[in-house]
Design a binder for this molecule. Structure first.
Ligand code: ASP
Length: 325
């Protein structure tokens, strides 16, 4: 495990150096923030100064990085800690680390290109042989038809621990139908832009709209996902409505972003890459717990520190919190 942690440091150092050399600026965004819907449950932090109000820990710095683009930082990155209160699996932890990046005035090709070059450098560091160079690009439709999965593992020799296979998946549907809730859900997230050729279908037939989403698959694991974003508030509003948000909710949750777009936002897009999963694959491990210092157990506990744990009554009182029976 010590070797894994040392290797992890080296990969992160390579990422920082590589992106710094390519004009990216590392910017830290807050951990105590507001709910940012990425499709999971938020971890909440009660406020002592404002009883009854809560911060949310970021599921990703998504809105913040988009706001940084509006503010004129054209190339941003962050090694960002993200928090999602989900049921845990082998390659999930309640907190995990992403390489988050965003760029202004770019096309999808530009995002794929910089990410791919970075991955090739990392593969070199790990002494891995790439199955495809340049990486194979499949449309979502091709992947589903040919491999029956959106995470195909196309290694030629799966028993060779020194081989690594990256595949891009593009041309995703913008929405999927949520049968239970009877509404459209975003395939990626609600900030993803529809492809221009399909915009006229947004109202007529949302199922046919393709998006500018891109996922990067490595040996059958989804390791990165991103998209070109909406930077036009009218289209963003339309999408909020299609996923069932009411006018009031839109203002409460996203008023700041829509307002920022009205100042004339640059076109922008980006990607986030799961560092833990990438390191797990590069080190031939089967769980991200093997590449994280002080990971949590399968049911979200830190057994050594005994977290989560009960807190003193006085602390609860200060926070204005009383447990329901
Ligand atoms: N914020 C997204 C995520 O965490 C990634 C992105 O769209 O850049 O999945």
């Amino acid at each position: 495990m010590k070797e894994n942690i040392i290797f992890r440091y080296k990969v992160i150092k390579l990422i920082r150096d590589y992106l710094g050399k390519n004009g990216f600026l590392g910017i830290e965004t807050p951990i105590l923030t507001k709910s940012t819907p990425e499709g999971a449950r938020d971890f909440l932090v009660p406020s002592r100064l404002h009883h009854g109000e809560f911060y949310a820990l970021p599921q990703a710095p998504q809105q913040l990085k988009q706001l940084l683009m509006v503010a004129g930082f054209e190339k941003y990155f962050q090694i960002a800690r993200c928090f999602r209160d989900e049921d845990l699996r082998g390659d999930r932890q309640p907190e995990f680390t992403q390489l988050d990046l965003e760029m202004s005035f770019v096309s999808q090709k530009d995002i794929l290109s910089i990410t791919e070059k970075l991955m090739i450098e990392i593969a070199k560091l790990a002494k891995k042989k790439l199955t495809f160079k340049p990486f194979k690009v499949l449309t979502y439709k091709e992947a589903m038809k040919k491999y029956k999965t959106d995470k195909p593992d196309l290694r030629k020799n799966k028993n060779n621990p020194n081989e690594i296979c990256f595949v891009w998946i593009v041309d995703w549907p913008l929405f999927e139908w949520n049968k239970e809730e009877k509404r459209w859900d975003s395939m990626h997230h609600i900030f993803t832009a529809p492809q221009e050729k399909d915009i006229k279908l947004l109202e007529k037939d949302p199922s046919k709209v393709h998006s500018w989403q891109h996922d990067l698959v490595c040996n059958g694991h989804e390791i990165a996902g991103g998209s070109i974003r909406n930077h036009n508030s009218d289209i963003q509003r339309k999408i909020f409505k299609l996923v069932g948000l009411k006018e009031k909710e839109i203002e409460e949750k996203f008023g700041h972003l829509l307002k920022a777009f009205e100042y004339g936002a640059p076109s922008h897009g980006g990607i986030a890459l799961g560092i833990d999963r990438l390191i797990m694959i590069l080190r031939n491990e089967s769980s991200i717990r093997e590449v994280i210092a002080f990971p949590k157990t399968g049911d979200g506990r830190d057994l050594m520190m005994e977290a989560p744990s009960k807190i003193e009554k006085k602390q609860l009182q200060e926070l204005g919190i009383k447990f329901q029976k």
